[in-house]
Design a protein around this ligand. Structure first.
Ligand code: MLT
Length: 273
């Protein structure tokens, strides 16, 4: 892991491999380790960058609220600090996808292609936003256990929960070790995130939309709608997976990502997908 100081944050960044840059942006309240199943296969032909977002994992600092726009600006400057000047493939899961949509809007010149995993374009309803704000306060008062207890049962498909309990436990431990201030800040930022549905037809980079077949948070029908709204977007459903598709079924996810990268960047990994 690399340590990089940018925008008042000491960043913890996975940075391995060479070639077209693949930026992997984690969901909430997680860290770079959710992409463990992608590191080795993709760093054979790509430079894989997977940061811990501001306040998460081993990256420092957090504000009272961090907007999705702010996370996107963070990433643009982080890429610059890593001397990455060419456009990147931005792959974000869930909150990472909310950030990806702001990155498209604000930093289109830095983007070669887009991968939206298990995410949403819609803003929160008033009720969902209010729940997030109350969760933010509870986490600050009572600790990260509250967030872990609420999130963990919703992240994984049935098969993962039954057959890969160690994987589920690892993710739960990441959530438990996340700073309450970072959880609260991101919850507040997600509560205020803009509605992006009407923006989707303006996306003009090659795009892949991927969803786990049992995802209850960003369901298949909603993700299909996102794919249909983005001109030329490809759509893939990952079997035996819920919200954490890249982690739950890396073989199927990687095969889809590899196919997409080959068409979007002309690259091929040595993994034989
Ligand atoms: C995530 O996985 O990042 C969360 O489900 C995002 C959210 O809470 O909306």
């Amino acid at each position: 892991m690399k340590r990089v100081a940018v925008r008042g944050v000491e960043w913890n960044v996975w940075d391995e491999g060479a070639g077209a840059v693949l930026l992997l942006v984690h969901g909430f309240p997680l860290d770079h380790s959710m992409w463990a199943g992608q590191f080795e296969p993709f760093s054979t032909r790509h430079r894989v960058i997977a940061p811990d977002l501001r306040g998460f994992g081993a990256s420092s600092a957090s504000d009272e609220s961090v907007s999705m726009e702010q996370f996107a600006d963070d990433l643009a400057e982080l890429l610059a600090a890593l001397k990455i000047n060419e456009p990147v493939v931005f792959c974000g899961l869930s909150m990472g996808g909310y950030i990806a949509l702001q990155f498209v809007k604000k930093h289109a010149d830095r983007l070669k292609a887009l991968v939206l995993c298990d995410t949403r374009a819609a803003a929160d309803t008033a009720e969902a936003a209010a729940n997030r704000l109350s969760m933010a306060q509870r986490v600050l008062n009572e600790g990260a256990e509250i967030a872990a207890a609420a999130m963990a049962p919703r992240l994984f498909g049935k098969q993962t929960a039954q057959q890969q309990p160690e994987r589920v436990e690892k993710v739960r431990r990441v959530m438990l070790s996340t700073a309450p201030a970072a959880i609260a800040a991101a919850q507040r930022g997600m509560a205020a995130r803009p509605e992006m549905t009407d923006y989707l037809p303006q996306i003009s980079v090659p795009t892949l939309v991927v969803v786990g077949e049992e995802d209850p948070i960003s369901p298949v029908a909603e993700m299909r709608q996102i794919a249909e709204s983005i001109p030329g977007a490809q759509f893939a459903i990952i079997s035996a997976a819920g919200h954490m598709a890249p982690l739950e079924n890396p073989a199927a996810f990687n095969a889809e990502l590899e196919k997409f990268l080959a068409s979007a960047t002309g690259s091929r990994t040595a993994t034989g997908f």
